[in-house]
Structure formats: structure tokens, C-alpha cells
Design a protein around this ligand. Structure first.
Ligand SMILES: C[S@@+](CC[C@H](N)C(=O)[O-])C[C@H]1O[C@@H](n2cnc3c(N)ncnc32)[C@H](O)[C@@H]1O
Length: 240
């Protein structure tokens, strides 16, 4: 039985509700160039790293825990001829040693849970960036507040309150790059198609009912609440 996300994210180039264009926008915002050294925490299949290294020539070290994603990422890096620019270390990023002031930019796109939450992520990553460098985090936020009583806030807050968390961490916000409805729909639809195709090809797999149940539950939550209420953005901030 494959791991749920290895199936669900089989076709994702980037495993977040964003696009290659928006990742290039992030690279310009962070002033990346051939001399830049970037740490990408929970880099997935190296989607953002491939875009940034090919566009800006920067050096990126990704840390990723999922064996399937590490293998897929390394294959894509080799195929793109970027092995001299991108390296992936396999392991739990929360245990990865963060040397002070070692990076021009640190990224954590869609994975602040690695350090428990956004505050934990900023507390971990800010010291690892040189003065004048940047921390960028891709994080959900609520578009409406208060939420309907049936919706759990899951620790996420509104857009201004998210920005305030960067300021509270001693960082100066320099930009945000928000997901559009199209970005969200593409990200979610790729899950639906991959899971439906897997279920179609494996109807007798003992795990199929569980996979279907999880897939339909996620789809319902998206359609009934998240599509309207949940935003996602990459927030970038300068370290003074
Ligand atoms: C939403 S995906 C984002 C991947 C990538 N940043 C991107 O934008 O394409 C979250 C990633 O976090 C990884 N992950 C989860 N916990 C981790 C941990 N403790 N250490 C390293 N990676 C982790 C998952 O395997 C997954 O690849």
C-alpha cells in the first residue's frame, strides 16, 4: 500500500497552492542570485527549488523527511541538470542543525508544522539567516473572522494577524504572495485526479475503502468550508 500523499501528490510539480510564476516572484522579492545560499525546509519533490535554481542560479539545500519525495526530487534535479545547484538531505527538518547567520534566505513553504507552528518556525529560522537576509514561510490564513462555529481555526489567524507574528519575531515583512482561487483549485484537483485514478486502478486493494473515505472527506471540507474561508500565502520578511 503506498503512502496516501505519495499517491495524492504524484502529479504535483509544486506541492502547495501556488505556481511557478509566483515562486519566481518570490525569488525576485528575496533578491536571489547566483551567490545566494538558500535553505528550503520540507522541500517536498524540490518543486520550488527547481524553479528558483533554474531562474536565479542560486544554491539550495532542501531538507525533506518523506523518502518518496526525496527520491522524486533527486530524480527531477538530475533531469534538470541542476545537481550542482540543489542538494536534498533526507531527514526530519526539526532535527536539522541550523548554524547562526549561515543562510541568505530560509524557506518553509507549507510546512510550519515542522517547528510546531508559525511562531516556532520563525523562532527556528530567523537566527539561521544573515542580517539583511530573508525568511519566507508559506502559511494558511483565515479570510473571515470570526469563523463559523463549526470550523476549527487550527491555530491559523487572519492575514494581518499572520503578519503581526512576523513582527513579533523581530522580522520586517517585505511582501506577501497569495494563492488565487485558481491556485487552490489546481492544487486540490490534482489530489482528486491522482486519487480517483489510483482507486480506479486498484479497486480490490484492502486499503481502497480507507483511501476513498479520506479523499472524499478532504474534498468535502475543501468544498464546504476551506474554498471560501481559507487563504494561503507566502510571507517574506527581512532580518534586521
Ligand atoms: C505541503 S508539502 C510542501 C512541499 C514543498 N515545500 C513545496 O512547496 O512543494 C509539505 C512537505 O513537508 C514534508 N515534511 C513533513 N514533516 C517534515 C519534517 N519533520 N521534516 C522534513 N519534511 C517534512 C512532507 O513530506 C511534505 O513534502
Amino acid at each position: 500500500m503506498p503512502w496516501y500523499y505519495a499517491v495524492a501528490e504524484r502529479d504535483h510539480e509544486i506541492q502547495d497552492p501556488t505556481s511557478a510564476d509566483k515562486i519566481r516572484q518570490l525569488g525576485r522579492l528575496l533578491r536571489l542570485g547566483p551567490e545566494s545560499r538558500v535553505l528550503d525546509v520540507a522541500c517536498g519533490k524540490a518543486g520550488p527549488a527547481l524553479v528558483l535554481a533554474s531562474e536565479f542560479g542560486c544554491h539550495i539545500l532542501g531538507v525533506e523527511r518523506a523518502e518518496d519525495f526525496v527520491a522524486a526530487g533527486r530524480e527531477r534535479i538530475a533531469k534538470a541538470g541542476l545537481t550542482d545547484r540543489i542538494e536534498i538531505v533526507e531527514g526530519d527538518a526539526s532535527a536539522f542543525p541550523l548554524e547562526p547567520e549561515a543562510w541568505d534566505a530560509t524557506l518553509c513553504l507549507g510546512a510550519s508544522f515542522v517547528y510546531h507552528d508559525l511562531e516556532g518556525t520563525l523562532a527556528a529560522l530567523a537566527p539561521a539567516v544573515r542580517s539583511g537576509g530573508f525568511v519566507a514561510v508559506g502559511e494558511p490564513y483565515w479570510r473571515e473572522w470570526p469563523l463559523p462555529p463549526t470550523v476549527d481555526d487550527e491555530g491559523w489567524v487572519t492575514l494581518p494577524a499572520t503578519i503581526a507574528r512576523f513582527e513579533a519575531a523581530g522580522l520586517a515583512p517585505v511582501g506577501l504572495i497569495a494563492a488565487s482561487d485558481d491556485d487552490w483549485d489546481r492544487y486540490e484537483s490534482l489530489h482528486w485526479r491522482a486519487l480517483e485514478e489510483w482507486l480506479h486502478a486498484n479497486p480490490d486493494d484492502p486499503e481502497a475503502p480507507g483511501i476513498r473515505e479520506r479523499h472524499e472527506r478532504n474534498r468535502d471540507v475543501y468544498l464546504h468550508a476551506q474554498r471560501r474561508l481559507l487563504g494561503w500565502a507566502i510571507f517574506a520578511a527581512l532580518k534586521p
